[in-house]
Design a protein around this ligand. Structure first.
Ligand code: BT5
Length: 324
């Protein structure tokens, strides 16, 4: 059962900047008013900054710099995304948890987030390094009315949301490497993993996983990642508030998702192409056994990559691994 303290935080967090009276808290939590006051003092010891105003009540002024359901939901301006949330300090993979939750009927917009993943994964069962407390490791459950073959559009949508949010929030210049990598200065700062459960012609649910490196120092990246990966901290020399960044991503995602559901893919495509990595350039392309050179032209309605070969002939690539 949830603790009194947890429920107290929940009530205060849901009221954002409004005061909640001691009487209301005491009624809802079924504890005395001196007990409410004692809980407040305990929270202050843990780094919460509280305000108590006579005849108005209590409110939270700031949370400790630590991710929790409350720190994310406090001030979260979304209608459906992240209104249901599960936060874990450690879990094998938020993707796995999200699949379990979705199969048990969790609502559209449910978000699962963890401080650490012990078995985080990328596409094709590749490993995803998820350093404790230093990044965003989260999965959202989406239940769109959509044909399964269009689901790659959601990966592209998510990529534009991450790029757009990072640019605005952190002042960096992100680029999207088709189909799911977010790069800054040629190094990967975030990746997206979209998995779906579908019938023949209708998506049942989608689990959209986002992994983003936020506050890792240089020493966090070892082996192949030393060359390939970066974090926002390394790119900006700042330490970022993870909850605030998650809020911004969720708010931007909800807005763009609703627009996409209403108006279709055309705007997503334009935005994606504005962030497209090496678009218009000639790059080596590995497809199955072949290696050839092609000019990256843009993306198709179904999320495929459109490439021109040396003879000017167009190719539509669905699962090519592109190397540069
Ligand atoms: C991805 O796969 O980029 C998708 C990553 C999705 C991770 C999220 S975290 C929340 C949710 N829960 C999960 O278990 N997963 C999702 P892919 O394109 O296959 O890239 C994987 C490759 O990226 C690896 O083979 C490494 O080369 C590299 N990589 C691994 N960890 C990285 C990191 N932290 N930062 C940058 N690159 C990384």
């Amino acid at each position: 059962m949830e603790s009194t303290r947890g429920r107290l935080l929940d009530i205060l967090a849901k009221h954002n900047e409004e005061y909640v009276s001691g009487q209301m808290l005491s009624d809802q939590l079924n504890i005395s008013r001196p007990a409410v006051w004692k809980h407040m003092k305990e929270l202050e010891k843990d780094g919460y900054v509280m305000e108590a105003v006579p005849r108005k009540g209590y409110r939270i002024l700031s949370f400790p710099n630590k991710v929790s359901q409350n720190t994310i939901q406090w001030g979260l301006k979304t209608k459906w995304l992240g209104q249901h949330m599960l936060h874990k300090t450690s879990t094998p993979s938020t993707q796995m948890l999200a699949h379990n939750q979705a199969q048990n009927g969790s609502a559209h917009g449910t978000v699962i987030i963890a401080d650490e993943q012990t078995n985080g994964r990328g596409r094709l069962h590749r490993q995803w390094y998820s350093h404790k407390g230093e990044g965003i490791w989260m999965s959202m459950i989406l239940r769109p009315t959509m044909e399964p073959h269009l689901s790659p559009q959601l990966t592209l949508l998510a990529a534009t949301v991450l790029a757009e949010t990072l640019k605005r929030h952190c002042g960096v210049k992100p680029q999207i490497k088709w189909p799911n990598d977010i790069l800054i200065h040629d190094k990967k700062v975030a990746g997206i993993l979209t998995e779906l459960q579908a019938e023949q012609d209708q998506v049942n649910y989608i689990v959209l996983g986002i992994g983003m490196n936020v506050n890792q120092p240089n020493t966090a990246f070892i082996g192949e990642l030393q060359r390939k990966a970066t974090s926002l901290h390394l790119q900006t020399n700042q330490t970022w508030d993870i909850s605030a960044l998650v809020q911004d991503i969720l708010q931007t995602f909800e807005k763009r998702y609703d627009e996409y559901m209403e108006n279709g893919f055309a705007h997503v495509k334009l935005r994606w192409e504005a962030f497209g990595y090496k678009l218009g350039e000639i790059v080596p392309i590995h497809t199955h056994q072949n290696k050839w050179y092609g000019r990256l032209m843009g993306i198709e309605e179904d999320g495929a990559l459109y490439v021109l070969d040396e003879n000017g002939q167009g190719h539509i690539l669905y699962s090519a691994e592109i190397e540069w």
